[in-house]
Write a protein that binds this ligand. Structure first.
Ligand code: SF4
Length: 336
């Protein structure tokens, strides 16, 4: 396997991150993001060693379902679910039997996590009622951990989700604080941070990541990694922009695959103990080969099946790749 003892940032990371489990700071992340292509393999190799040492060999498999798709009042410029753009995603609600069936299928595919997602600024009473009924119905019928992603929460809503037994809450910061106003104007980065703080204080696991390739600079990508490090989430979903027609970022180019892989290595070296999850956009950005490189470069969780508004690859393909790489799928008993 390649190693680059001559590259100062990788040498330092080998001692600090692999040896001591202490993530790279913002300057270190930036140095990794700036590595020339000939050192990419070495960075991925080190990130993989870090992930194996501090997280173990297992890969967490998760499924997601959308209870309310489209028609969101917010203006996140990458999102086809905003009702403010011409993107062709209409508001659609899922009923409780369909939700339970989706959880059943997700568990049958080998996943331990089932995340209920809604395209909203934050839950209203109608959505909270549906979550209440849906979580109870799933818990009665399916053996799987339930996560939720419902936008910004009040303290009372945080408390209710805890009481329902929701064990992980997803809320993405999306991008660096300094770049956020270029991407979203209907709410602030700080409002998102407030929800994350309440979730963390509640005892629910925090899942927080973002999207790379929104037009942020490498410096802002490093800033984002450092901000995630400060939050210290249990899980970080890394998305790569899949430009959706009709959104303000619909014409942006895809992130270069090598740049995306460098980012995976850099985020792993910033967050040695976090579950780092491939989320949307990986197929189109990385292709099959890149998916493998990422799993051997610091990623340790995948979403099976479809994403919220775009198609992923069939669960069987991901599971076959994990088997081929000899990466065990995390068992439910290990997470409850
Ligand atoms: S990212 Fe979330 S809050 Fe933003 S427009 Fe899309 S669904 Fe709404």
């Amino acid at each position: 396997m390649p190693d680059s003892p001559t590259v100062p940032v990788l040498k330092a990371a080998r001692a600090q991150v692999l040896g001591d489990g202490v993530g790279l700071d913002e300057a270190g992340v930036l140095a990794v993001l700036r590595l020339p292509d000939e050192h990419l393999a070495a960075a991925l190799q080190l990130a993989h060693e870090v992930r194996t040492r501090w997280c173990g060999p297992e890969v967490e498999v998760e499924g997601i379902v959308s209870v309310k798709t489209g028609g969101c009042p917010e203006d996140c410029h990458f999102c086809s679910q905003s009702g403010l753009f011409t993107s062709p995603v209409r508001a659609v609600w899922l009923d409780i039997p369909a939700l339970v069936e989706a959880a059943r299928q997700t568990a049958a595919a080998g996943a331990t996590e089932f995340c209920i997602v809604a395209a909203v600024r934050g839950p209203d009473e109608r959505l909270m009622a549906q979550i209440r009924d849906g979580v109870k119905a799933i818990r009665n019928a399916v053996d799987i951990n339930i996560a939720a992603s419902l936008g910004m929460l009040t303290q009372a809503q945080v408390d209710e989700l805890v009481a329902l037994g929701v064990h992980r809450y997803n809320h993405n910061l999306e991008t660096a604080r300094s770049y956020f106003p270029q991407v979203v104007t209907t709410h602030t980065w700080e409002e998102r941070w407030d929800t994350l703080r309440m979730v963390r204080e509640s005892g629910m696991e925090v899942c927080c990541g973002g999207i790379l390739g929104l037009g942020e600079s490498l410096e802002q990508r490093a800033e984002f990694a450092a901000q995630l490090q400060e939050l210290d989430p249990h899980e970080v979903p890394l998305n790569f922009l899949n430009p959706r027609p009709g959104t303000p970022l619909g014409d942006r180019p895809l992130l270069d695959a090598r740049e995306a892989l460098r980012a995976i290595a850099a985020f792993r070296l910033a967050l040695p103990r976090t579950i780092l999850r491939y989320a949307g956009g990986r197929e189109i950005t990385l292709g099959d080969l890149g998916t493998r490189d990422g799993l051997l470069g610091g990623i340790n969780a995948v979403i099976v099946g479809n994403y919220l508004t775009t198609l992923g690859q069939p669960p069987a393909e991901d599971l076959a790749l994990l088997a081929e790489l000899r990466m065990p799928v995390k068992a439910l008993s290990g997470t409850v």
